[in-house]
Design a protein around this ligand. Structure first.
Ligand SMILES: *[C@@H]1O[C@H](CO)[C@@H](O)[C@H](O)[C@H]1NC(C)=O
Ligand SMILES: *[C@@H]1O[C@H](CO)[C@@H](O)[C@H](O)[C@H]1NC(C)=O
Ligand SMILES: *[C@@H]1O[C@H](CO)[C@@H](O)[C@H](O)[C@H]1NC(C)=O
Ligand SMILES: *[C@@H]1O[C@H](CO)[C@@H](O)[C@H](O)[C@H]1NC(C)=O
Ligand SMILES: *[C@@H]1O[C@H](CO)[C@@H](O)[C@H](O)[C@H]1NC(C)=O
Ligand SMILES: *[C@@H]1O[C@H](CO)[C@@H](O)[C@H](O)[C@H]1NC(C)=O
Ligand SMILES: *[C@@H]1O[C@H](CO)[C@@H](O)[C@H](O)[C@H]1NC(C)=O
Ligand SMILES: *[C@@H]1O[C@H](CO)[C@@H](O)[C@H](O)[C@H]1NC(C)=O
Ligand SMILES: *[C@@H]1O[C@H](CO)[C@@H](O)[C@H](O)[C@H]1NC(C)=O
Length: 497
């Protein structure tokens, strides 16, 4: 590291605590002028706060590496993964962190329940595979769900396939046996999109809770109750603020787009569409992703902007969110086609359009890798502090890339981009410490030689309390970053290169 780079963060230290802007997904307690505090359906949430989530105690077993992969860092990561995910479980508590965590646990331990390894038999609960950890976290995440009006939560004798099929009726107000209320699954603290990230995980919970043994072991409500809660979340999303071309807003009550929403919103209806054989839901998800992309992709550089208005800069994690959301959609379409044909030509052409958008974005991002093989936190801007490599956003980008190679095996991606992705994978693994925490350790180690720096981890501040900056001196840990490492491992394991 040059002296210049070593010294600049000390200047940043002085700015900590100065004029906070809105946190990432939260209106938080720090009110940004853009935040509209009038949540129509959630007015009772403000007083409740988000303090009562309690991480459940879960068992995370060791993982089976893919022996075809010839990479020392991949095999090192395989050994460390349970610890990394245990850390994720211990610090995740915001809506999108929990949604990302449940998705990660499914991708790592129960891929058949995700679009990437889809097996309708497992999703229909007719094998012995129960995704306990994911179910426990999905259940714990519902700590503040409003159950007023829910279908009866007693045992409904529901261990039957007819009941399982019936769950889909709760996803549409015109067929729901119990009136939908449009309540969210969890407080999004001003974000319309973030609570949607839990939707697919709670849908899995609903399905498994049609089994008496699972429901009893979890001490959970009926499958119908969770299906109804997912229907409410879907209704809440569909009735949210939109602009005139129909793009759903990431924020409640006013229109604003964040690249984060690529992962939060579209994959939710896509998963429900895949699970219930509903092309209209797939169609909605693909159309929303394309609309988000049309507003956020800077086509002069092929990198996504962070926010459509007040932070139009090119943010690493935001690009990861958009890309990972896209590959979940493409996998949903592919898995849907595997078990029944896509008859809606709008779905097919939207999928092609998404597939065609991605290669140039991957190329642009991997061409940005810094000397530590990390994507800079913010790209193409002169501020050295903002350009520090971010291991979290890099992990999600690499995860999306390996998924893209699996799902779109015929897409043209050059060998040089593949080689850069593998370097970025190594770069991320190099930033994981022996206790399973993701950070930016090389950078920190350099800083530790300076007086007043005694932290051991550093990663982009995921809440953006003072801007989405990597503060090497602040000992920040990233709940989402811990999960992204799991997504990256699962993606590479699946592609096998
Ligand atoms: C990256 O490495 C190159 C070549 O070793 C060096 O010239 C450059 O200063 C390094 N950049 C940073 C930011 O350390
Ligand atoms: C660079 O970004 C940091 C973090 O936001 C900020 O504190 C600093 O003032 C910026 N420096 C310049 C020269 O704009
Ligand atoms: C959420 O988890 C973080 C650790 O990631 C912790 O610092 C914070 O206190 C928790 N917040 C609440 C409201 O429980
Ligand atoms: C975790 O595993 C231990 C030992 O096998 C077992 O006693 C415990 O009940 C398990 N906990 C959960 C939550 O599954
Ligand atoms: C793998 O882990 C070992 C010991 O934990 C370490 O010495 C080695 O450098 C690691 N290799 C890579 C490529 O990360
Ligand atoms: C909900 O049901 C109505 C009436 O059957 C139908 O027109 C609409 O497409 C359905 N919505 C979704 C998302 O499936
Ligand atoms: C429910 O279904 C599962 C899977 O088919 C089966 O293993 C379990 O024994 C059933 N439980 C009851 C109480 O029927
Ligand atoms: C899918 O969306 C397109 C417009 O984006 C529409 O023309 C088509 O009817 C939709 N298909 C279904 C099955 O809803
Ligand atoms: C939709 O509207 C946004 C502005 O809110 C715009 O940036 C985007 O290009 C539009 N997309 C399409 C496909 O019309």
């Amino acid at each position: 590291m040059s002296m210049l780079v070593r010294l600049l963060p000390l200047a940043a230290l002085a700015s900590v605590g100065a004029s906070p802007i809105s946190s990432n997904h939260l209106s938080g307690r720090l009110v940004h002028p853009h935040i509209n505090r009038n949540h129509q359906a959630r007015s009772n949430i403000e007083t409740r706060g988000d303090t009562s989530y309690v991480p459940p105690s879960v068992n995370l077993s060791s993982v089976q590496p893919n022996s075809a992969i010839n990479s020392a860092s991949y095999h090192n990561l395989s050994d460390q993964l349970p610890l990394i995910l245990k850390n994720a479980v211990s610090i995740s508590n915001h809506s999108w962190e929990l949604g990302t965590l449940v998705e990660t646990l499914l991708e790592v331990y129960n891929p058949e329940l995700t679009p990437f390894g889809w097996n309708p038999n497992v999703a229909n609960c007719d094998t012995s595979q129960v995704p306990w950890a994911a179910l426990q976290i999905a259940l714990a995440s519902l700590y503040e769900t409003d159950w007023t009006g829910a279908p009866s939560s007693g045992g409904t004798g529901a261990n039957s396939s007819s009941s399982l099929q019936g769950l889909a009726n709760y996803l549409n107000s015109s067929t729901s046996p119990t009136a939908l209320t449009g309540a969210t699954l969890i407080d999004g603290d001003g974000a319309l999109g973030d609570p949607c990230s839990l939707g697919s995980g709670v849908w899995v919970l609903a399905q498994f809770c049609t089994r008496d043994d699972v429901r009893n072991a979890l001490g959970a409500k009926s499958g119908e109750a969770y299906a109804w809660a997912v229907g409410n979340q879907l209704q809440h999303m569909e009735s949210g603020t939109r602009n005139d071309n129909g793009t759903i807003s990431q924020r409640e009550g006013y229109f604003e787009l964040w690249s984060d929403m690529g992962f939060m919103i579209p994959p939710f209806p896509a998963y429900l569409g895949l699970s219930t054989g509903n092309q209209a839901l797939l169609n909605i998800s693909l159309a929303q992703w394309l609309l988000e992309s049309s507003a956020l992709l800077d086509t002069t550089v092929n990198i996504f902007r962070h926010i459509n208005d007040w932070d139009a800069r090119l943010w690493a994690t935001g690009n990861g969110w958009m890309l990972y959301g896209a590959v979940r959609l493409l996998a949903s379409v592919q898995s849907y086609s595997d078990s029944g044909s896509i008859t809606d030509s709008a779905v097919r052409s939207a999928a092609t359009q998404i597939q065609d958008t991605l290669p140039s974005v991957f190329t642009a991002l991997f061409n940005q890798l810094d000397n530590d093989s990390l994507v800079p936190d913010y790209m193409n801007q002169p501020n050295v502090t903002l350009a520090i490599g971010d291991s979290s956003g890099t992990a999600l980008t690499v995860a999306a890339f390996y998924r893209f190679l699996s799902v779109c095996s015929t897409a043209s991606v050059s060998d040089s981009v593949k080689s850069l992705a593998s370097k970025a994978f190594d770069g991320v693994v190099a930033q994981i410490d022996s206790n399973g925490w993701l950070g930016n350790h090389k950078f920190c180690e350099t800083l530790q030689q300076l007086p007043m720096i005694d932290s051991s981890t550093c990663v982009v501040d995921p809440l953006g309390t003072n801007g989405w900056v990597v503060y090497p001196e602040s000992n920040i840990r990233s709940p989402e970053g811990q999960s992204f490492v799991g997504l990256m491992w699962a993606a590479r394991t699946a592609v096998g290169i």
